[in-house]
Write a protein that binds this ligand. Structure first.
Ligand code: SF4
Ligand code: SF4
Ligand code: SF4
Length: 283
């Protein structure tokens, strides 16, 4: 019998919710544990095996000291998978990229924040190392994770959809929230979660990233139609995708007065001395 592939899980800046989803998925798909050998998974076991072929990495790169660790994982693993929005996109961590890092450190951690906590603009792990696959979402969808592992073990190439969330939402026969007066970013969001948030009555916030050729101008018009001010629309666009919008440079679909990246904290935006995209440091 062929040796089982050895798998390891790693976490960087994250809430560990995606790893928790993996633990959850393994509880209902115990058969997967017969097919692989997990050698490292801090959230679930004490062992720390360094001999692995497939690395699942959760979390974004938010400090210089993350880089050597990411490179070491890349050197060891034949396959690297970004697990969840933090690793795939930068995710919620990248909201801070809209201000100078010094201001953010002081704002969050107080006057000694700059000395106490190492930090720089958040990046997806693909900005530091080569990534073979991504499982999007905040958190990941457990069924998508299981399907992904099954395909990988079958020697097939897991693929993400290339169409917007609205397609899945229509297939689920949901009434459109935007038509019911509730903001939803489905038209500009990459599908793959079966439109879970709209299916439960919540607007999509684009945690899977943007769909190819997303029409942001029209999306903004729709959101303006709900009476949302530009600062609120910018906050929605950047909740998970501030890094991607920064990469778009002058083409980023943000208003001139882009404010705080968190909708809940939009009112606090003025408390930060400057509102700008800080240049991410590339390695
Ligand atoms: S993607 Fe979301 S659930 Fe997953 S680690 Fe990041 S913040 Fe947590
Ligand atoms: S509710 Fe959202 S995802 Fe569903 S069709 Fe409307 S805009 Fe698209
Ligand atoms: S509906 Fe939108 S916010 Fe909700 S899981 Fe899917 S992509 Fe993420």
């Amino acid at each position: 019998m062929a040796a089982k592939p050895k798998i390891a899980f790693f976490d960087f800046t994250s809430c560990e919710g995606c790893q928790l989803t993996v633990v959850d998925a393994l509880q209902t798909h115990l058969g997967l544990l017969d097919l692989v050998e997990i050698v490292q998974f801090r959230e679930a076991m004490s062992e720390r095996g360094e001999d692995y072929q497939i690395a699942f990495i959760e979390g974004s790169c938010t400090r210089e000291s993350d880089e050597p660790r990411l490179h070491a994982i890349r050197r060891q693993a034949a396959v690297v998978v970004a697990l969840g929005a933090c690793a795939h996109l930068g995710g919620v961590n990248s909201m801070k990229n809209r201000w100078s890092i010094e201001n953010v450190q002081t704002y969050v951690y107080g006057k000694h924040g700059r000395e106490l906590y190492e930090s720089y603009p958040a990046r997806p792990i693909s900005a530091v190392i080569e990534v073979d696959y991504a499982i999007p979402g905040c958190p990941i969808d457990r069924f998508e994770f299981v399907r992904f592992v099954q395909k990988l073990l079958q020697g097939r190439k897991p693929k993400l959809p290339d169409y917007p969330l609205c397609v899945e939402c229509k297939l689920a026969e949901n009434a459109c929230l935007n038509k019911l007066g509730q903001p939803c970013l489905g038209p500009v969001t990459l599908a793959g979660c079966n439109a879970i948030c709209p299916s439960y009555g919540d607007g999509c916030e684009a945690c899977r990233g943007f769909a190819p050729e997303a029409n942001f101008a029209h999306m903004r018009e729709i959101l303006q139609g709900h009476g949302l001010p530009d600062v609120e629309i910018d906050a929605q666009f950047t909740m998970f995708n501030a890094y991607q919008l920064k990469a778009m440079g002058a083409n980023a679909p943000l208003s001139a007065g882009a404010g705080n990246g968190s909708r809940r904290r939009a009112a606090d935006a003025e408390k930060l001395p400057s509102s700008t995209f800080a240049a991410p440091k590339e390695s």
